[in-house]
Ligand binder design. Structure first.
Ligand code: ZN
Length: 348
């Protein structure tokens, strides 16, 4: 049973006029007399390793990036930067939020690195608060981070909310900060368990790039000016996100429709051209894959053309005994549905 009213995340893609009328549009306010207070939260620490897929646990990566981010952000005027912790210690999420509250944080950026149980996902994503002005601030800041990561060549897995069983924010740092009216976002830089992303964490230089990009995202969001005056974001307008009237919920269901239509089968070149349609009213489609063996094994996930219900693709049929094709489409929350089977033996 649901005790709360939800709007699905993708609603933001087509912001309703009602929401616009009901609420003010968020713009971060920078008051020259009062510095912006930024709290960077290196995810995990102490006995809480975070993702331990690699020999080096996630907590080491988050701390390294946090220190680089702080160093870069302190090159700007009018900003005070704190870390929730700078030593390798256990610290509860509540304590992190309490710390942010104590220093009057304007924003908490919780830094993380991801992995998926299936090891098939790749890319960056940002989790944000699910309601009110915190949602708008979170969405706007998250957009800056993902723009930076896309610029580095990472796949953009989107801006997301997640609701727990009590109908509030699932993630503790977001929930604890929301209780104190502080916007907090979880920045999942990339997937450490996927080849596409692994090269982004290979060296200290690579981690530094994340730290610098994170700082740039924050500088843009708050419209900061560097101390040497060479970088000036004071005229920069981050994405204005209307305050939603209801809690914005995650999509918990798979795409409602996936279909594949064979346009052409080139027997000489051995490739099939297929028109693939995937529909999901609740969140956008972001990956697809295909199988030659009725879903026993699948290709590496391919990026879906964002915002398009139908894409046309060519699939090589060259290797092995490949007589049929089936497609799988994934939405923003990695829920998937499969297409009809295309039988190439009966084609042409
Ligand atoms: Zn983490």
């Amino acid at each position: 049973m649901r005790f709360f009213r939800c709007k699905i995340t993708s609603v933001i893609l087509s912001v309703s006029i009602t929401a616009m009328l009901l609420s003010s549009v968020h713009m971060p306010s920078v008051n020259a007399s009062k510095p912006v207070v930024v709290v960077i939260d290196p995810g995990h620490g102490g006995s809480n390793l975070g993702t331990d897929y690699l020999p080096i646990p996630e907590k080491n990566y988050t701390m390294a990036v946090a220190l680089y981010m702080k160093e870069q952000l302190e090159k700007y005027q009018n900003v005070q930067v704190f870390l929730t912790h700078s030593e390798d210690i256990d610290m509860s999420l509540e304590k992190r939020a309490e710390f942010a509250d104590k220093v009057n944080a304007d924003f908490v950026f919780s830094l993380h690195f991801n992995m998926s149980i299936s090891h098939i996902l790749y890319g960056s994503e940002v989790w944000i608060p699910s309601e009110g002005a915190l949602y708008s601030q979170g969405y706007s800041a998250a957009n800056e981070f993902l723009t930076q990561f896309e610029d580095m060549g990472l796949f953009n897995r989107g801006i997301k909310t997640r609701i727990g069983s009590k109908g509030t924010d699932y993630y503790g740092i977001i929930r604890q900060c929301a209780l104190r009216n502080i916007p907090a976002v979880i920045v999942e830089h990339c997937h450490v368990d996927h080849n596409n992303d692994a090269l982004y964490i290979l060296s200290p230089e690579k981690l530094k790039e994340f730290g610098v990009r994170d700082a740039e995202a924050v500088a843009r969001y708050f419209g900061l000016v560097s101390k040497d005056g060479k970088t000036d974001y004071s005229g920069y307008a981050p994405l204005a996100v209307p305050v939603p009237s209801n809690r914005v919920c995650n999509d918990t269901t798979a795409p409602t429709h996936v279909s594949a239509n064979l346009l052409n089968y080139d027997k000489t070149g051995k490739y099939a051209t297929v028109e693939l349609t995937a529909l999901d009213a609740e969140s956008p489609i972001q990956y697809y894959s295909y199988s030659y063996d009725n879903g026993l094994t699948w290709s590496v996930l391919q990026p879906w053309t964002k915002g398009s219900p139908t894409i046309t693709i060519s699939v090589s049929m060259e290797y092995g005994k490949k007589e049929n094709l089936i497609f799988r489409a994934y939405n923003l929350y990695d829920k998937s549905a499969d297409s009809n089977v295309i039988r190439l033996t009966s084609a042409n």
